[in-house]
Design a protein around this ligand. Structure first.
Ligand code: S3P
Length: 430
């Protein structure tokens, strides 16, 4: 599907209601399934990625009811999953495959995880290696580096593991496997990655402690079910925060957004570029920090550098940050972000190719890119590369570009934000 976006004729104004957080939605279902008793999840994200998780978890014998509003999950307790009758299809979702590989490693049965062609080309050795060290028998294409992954789990032992890449998916896979082992599991991370799994497990009564990048999990305790409401996704908010910053005379309020510090690097970077973002009504919901975000437009953004420790806290927002960088004055740099090469598509290549088509001078490097901001974009035909975040970043670029921007493969937004184009139509020129 192609979508044509014209420059916004006037400022974005009003309240923007966002879909729920994707990372937390995945975890709510996977963890509730392991609890002893019924959990209720309000504001669950119904998008392709998270619905793939629901299907996989149901295939393990877990009863999940969707009453149109909430999900009710009847947890089977630790060790209570049933051997699935067929292969489990994670579709496009890296979080589903990597977190499920941890859970399934603790189950003493045979299971197979697969996904679409994008997911089947993404690196899996990062989860397979630690899970094998814990005792899981895992095979896959290319010696277990690529899915499909065939897992024979059970009889695991705890490990003390230092993450070689800053990845919440790997950390979570090891912790989920660690729920079903003998002995303590320790995960060490040099750079902090999103900590939703740790927060949720702690809220369920697990013996889990995190300090200075060391997470210790003591197995044995049954997990308590919960009643939670998923906050709005800061990764989805980022598109409108950039749009409202760039389109003159905008003023928007985005209520109930998760602002966990391991996720909110985008706010700090945009503020350093001159964006006017205010967090209101800060509170804690279901163990996660939440706020209403108010954004007013800001002229004359300045270029910036994104590198080092902050990168994991904004890794998914780099495509839309690149649009802000292109609209800023002066040079911007992204470094230490080679993980972008192994996302749903190679996002360094995709961002650079798309921005070039929009008339921006960019230079691609191994682990990032340089953008020479000119304060303007020229509409053109760009490809989503089948990647939801590239599609949406280009939609936002279209709101500020001169002329018409055509986004090919626009349906990719259904992965995390099915209503994105309808929302954008409220603001775009016709
Ligand atoms: C996610 C972790 C990040 C992120 C992805 C979601 C998660 O990936 O990019 O969109 O829910 O744990 P990595 O773990 O590969 O960094």
């Amino acid at each position: 599907m192609d979508v044509t976006v014209r420059r916004a004729p006037k400022g974005l104004r009003g309240t923007i209601t966002l879909p729920a957080d994707k990372s937390i939605s995945h975890r709510s279902v996977m963890l509730a399934a392991l609890a002893q008793g019924k959990s209720r999840v309000k504001n669950f994200l119904r998008a392709r990625d998270t619905l793939a998780t629901v299907r996989c978890v149901r295939a393990l014998g877990v009863n999940i009811m969707d009453n149109g509003e909430d999900l009710i999950i009847e947890g089977r307790g630790l060790g209570g999953f049933l051997q699935p009758e067929d292969i489990l299809d994670c579709e496009n979702s890296g979080t589903t495959m990597r977190l499920m590989s941890g859970t399934l490693s603790a189950c003493s049965f045979f299971s197979v995880l697969t996904g679409d062609s994008s997911l089947r080309s993404r690196p899996m050795a990062r989860v397979v290696e630690p899970l094998r060290l814990m005792g899981a028998r895992i095979d896959g294409r290319d010696g277990g580096r690529l899915a499909p992954l065939a897992i024979r789990g059970g009889n695991l032992k705890g490990i003390d593991y230092t993450l070689p890449v800053p990845s919440a998916q790997v950390k979570s896979a090891v912790l989920l496997a660690g729920l079903g082992v003998e002995g303590e599991t320790v995960v060490r991370e040099k750079v902090p990655s999103r900590d939703h799994t740790e927060r949720m497990l702690a809220g369920m009564g697990a013996e889990i402690f995190a300090e200075n990048g060391v997470i210790r999990l003591q197995p044995g305790r049954e997990l308590e079910p919960f009643d939670m409401s998923v906050p709005a996704d800061i990764s989805s908010a980022a598109f409108w925060i950039v749009a409202a910053t760039l389109v003159p005379e905008s003023e928007v309020l985005i209520p109930g957004v998760g602002v966990n510090p391991t996720r909110s690097g985008v706010l700090r970077v945009l503020a350093s570029m001159g964006a006017r973002i205010e967090l209101q009504n800060q509170r804690v919901v279901g163990g996660e920090p939440v706020a209403d975000i108010r954004v007013v437009s800001a002229g004359n953004l300045i270029g910036t550098t994104v590198a080092g420790e902050i990168v994991p806290s904004l890794i998914d927002e780099i495509p839309v940050l690149a649009v802000a960088m292109a609209m800023a004055r002066g040079e911007s740099v992204v470094r230490d972000a080679s993980e972008l090469r192994v996302k749903e598509t190679d996002r360094i290549l995709a961002v650079c190719t798309c921005l070039r088509r929009l008339g921006v001078e960019v230079e691609e490097t191994e682990d990032g890119f340089y953008v020479r901001g000119q304060g303007r974009l020229t509409g053109a035909k760009v490809d989503s590369y089948g990647d939801h975040r590239i599609a949406m970043a280009m939609g936002i670029a279209g709101l500020v570009a001169e002329g018409e921007t055509i986004v090919k493969g626009a349906e990719a937004v259904n992965i995390s934000y099915p209503g994105f184009w309808a929302e954008l139509a409220r603001f775009a020129g016709r």
